[in-house]
Design a protein around this ligand. Sequence first.
Ligand SMILES: NC(=O)c1ccc[n+]([C@@H]2O[C@H](COP(=O)([O-])OP(=O)(O)OC[C@H]3O[C@@H](n4cnc5c(N)ncnc54)[C@H](O)[C@@H]3O)[C@@H](O)[C@H]2O)c1
Length: 343
Amino acid sequence: MQEKVLNLAVVGAGYWGKNLVRNFATAKRCSLKFVCDLDEKILAAQKKSFPAVQTTTRLDDVLADKTVGAVVIAVDVPKHFDVAKRCLESGKHIYVEKPLTLTVADAKELVELAAKKNVKLMVGHLLEYHPAVNFVKDMIDTGKLGRLYYMYTQRVNLGIVRKNENAWWSLAPHDISVICYLFGSQPVSVSAWGQCYLQNGIEDVVFATVKFNDGKMANIHCSWLDPHKIRKMTVVGSEKMATFDDMEASEKIRIWDKGAAVKKDTVASYPEIISLRFGDIVIPKISSGEPLSLECAHFVDCVLDDKKIRSDSLDGLRVVQILEAGQKSLKNNGAPVSTEDLL
Ligand SMILES: NC(=O)c1ccc[n+]([C@@H]2O[C@H](COP(=O)([O-])OP(=O)(O)OC[C@H]3O[C@@H](n4cnc5c(N)ncnc54)[C@H](O)[C@@H]3O)[C@@H](O)[C@H]2O)c1
């Protein structure tokens, strides 16, 4: 039997989009038919690397081609909504880079349109496809970390300084998506503090706290104005703790057999004793798959085999909802903003 193949187009082949072009050009079960970008120089470079791919500055060329089943969108974020909407209206499955849109209202419209057209909508929440993150997810789901308490993420570096979005919208989508993925639930409120040093009204650094109604909590620190390049997260459970350091070449995960237990004492003078446990630190071997190629393969498989996408339209909407709540909090000096009434 002949293998099904998905014909694809990538729209936006700039800093990030060129990675998507490279991955989809070599991924199994798909054929990259078009690269579309407004910049002729970018198109010329892509044509040189992939001579069989058609290049165009006109999205209409892509949409008019009935053999193109899916469009991968990596244009700048303020244009996500318009490009995604046009692709959905043409009945194409879409993969949109993070964040899905800049407002909850726009994200909801895309989610509804994708459902109406019966096509897939995936959002590029890359970390949900990272083998190291999935190692931690498996430990959580099988109870090895015990009861989850809290986690924190650090995503800081010097650059890239963006002009049309702040550090919260540019960097935090990854952290928000991974927090919701690992915790398996939806937060109830966000408090965010930040400052604008380089450009008026655009926060360079943000500290945000996300709370869940079962007592779990997560903190996000993101900045493009920092001396360190850190891509790290720490998850604290009642039995064990886990750290993920994406800057480490091979030893990305450490599992810490550390914890604290509260015991009732029979001696009346100390009603409770807190005992601390300092055990082994284990560095597990993690499979070496490139997260982006795993993410691209997942999209192709889900479209061709009609399977549920991990970072689907509702996941994309949830991240935008938390971003929007965080943005409101940023403008109100960190006052907690409920996420519940936004969905
Ligand atoms: N997953 C990740 O780790 C990651 C990292 C960086 C960026 N991104 C995302 O990738 C997207 C693009 O970011 P970037 O840094 O590559 O931006 P960029 O400005 O480098 O690239 C955007 C490209 O889109 C093109 N473009 C704009 N409007 C277009 C249109 N209507 N039709 C065709 N082409 C159009 C531009 O010419 C440009 O080449 C954003 O959504 C961003 O959030 C994701």
